[in-house]
Design a binder for this molecule. Sequence first.
Ligand code: NAP
Length: 342
Amino acid sequence: MRILVTGAGGQLGRELRRLVETETGGVCGGDGAPGGGLVGRDHDWIFADSRRLDVTNPEAVAAFWESRRPDAVINCAAFTDVDGAEAEKAKAFAVNRDGPRFLAHASARTGALLLHVSTDFVFDGRSKKPYTETDTPAPLNVYGESKLAGERAVLESGCRGAVVRTSWLYSPWGRNFVKSILTAATNAVSASCARSAVPKPELRVVADQIGRPTSAASLAAAIVKIVPPLMERNEPAALYHYCDAGDDSRAAGGVSRAEFAAEIVRKAGLDCRVVPISSAEYAATRPGSATTATATATAPATASRPEYSTLDTSKITRDLGVVPPAWRDALEDCIKLIYDGR
Ligand SMILES: NC(=O)c1ccc[n+]([C@@H]2O[C@H](COP(=O)([O-])OP(=O)(O)OC[C@H]3O[C@@H](n4cnc5c(N)ncnc54)[C@H](OP(=O)(O)O)[C@@H]3O)[C@@H](O)[C@H]2O)c1
């Protein structure tokens, strides 16, 4: 089987590549080199980044299909800058709607299986319980609208496969919440050490956004696991939710951004206090305006975000046997990888 990974330079694409290379002892060359061990031996993996295959170019997609003839496609290409999408709406829709549409039509035409990834940001966050696949989407921002349009393009194309929604994705690579918090906390601790008189360093992080952190590594493992059963079924693409597992003790199974940040800081062993704040307070704060011992983690948001976006993962467990790991364990693995490559 030949498996094409589009958008291979992003967080999820890199985790898929790391997974395949780990399984094959690093022999996966990234262009038709033999992969295997994950979804069976004798598979070829093609990792195509945005320079190699621009998914918004239908001629390029058609030519790629003609020359490489993939049996399965994992679409990791996306415009993921949630705030940037407000200003770059056309680009967000080109990558997040038109790209999956071109891939889905090529897949439907040739019988290839398509695994497309979407987001919890298709929901408006008004629910009080984890969202299921049958809940009605109502995106609050351009990113969510464009991702929803991409989902629909795939589901309406008639191609085989799945649309997998996920949430709060992080990895050792690219820009993400875990890395932002680690950088901000490290800077706050350094500044505090340089001025021994100041109080314990603090990070101010929003506490009114509730969701479920997901390691790109565990999402990659889940995607690879569901390829074989989906290949065996000759059915049109269906919708699934995947995120790492929550704590049963938590209300509605989610954690706040502030709780997530506190766990990141704790797992990294940084002596920094996380101060919960509201989204309104956060938006009013500018990076760099804080004292040396107090810092904000990321730039103020311009796009609205759902207050609650925990995903219910029971369908992917029931139908495809995927059991997500506990989010705290997955976070620990990622932080180890960031610090010492273990
Ligand atoms: N990040 C999150 O918190 C989050 C949460 C929920 C769902 N998701 C979804 O999960 C999936 C993976 O996200 P991620 O965090 O891995 O994204 P990412 O790190 O931003 O990677 C996206 C990749 O897509 C590539 N890309 C952009 N335009 C492209 C084009 N026209 N053709 C081909 N490739 C293109 C980018 O390449 P360049 O850098 O070269 O442009 C980048 O390498 C996405 O579908 C995303 O919507 C993400």
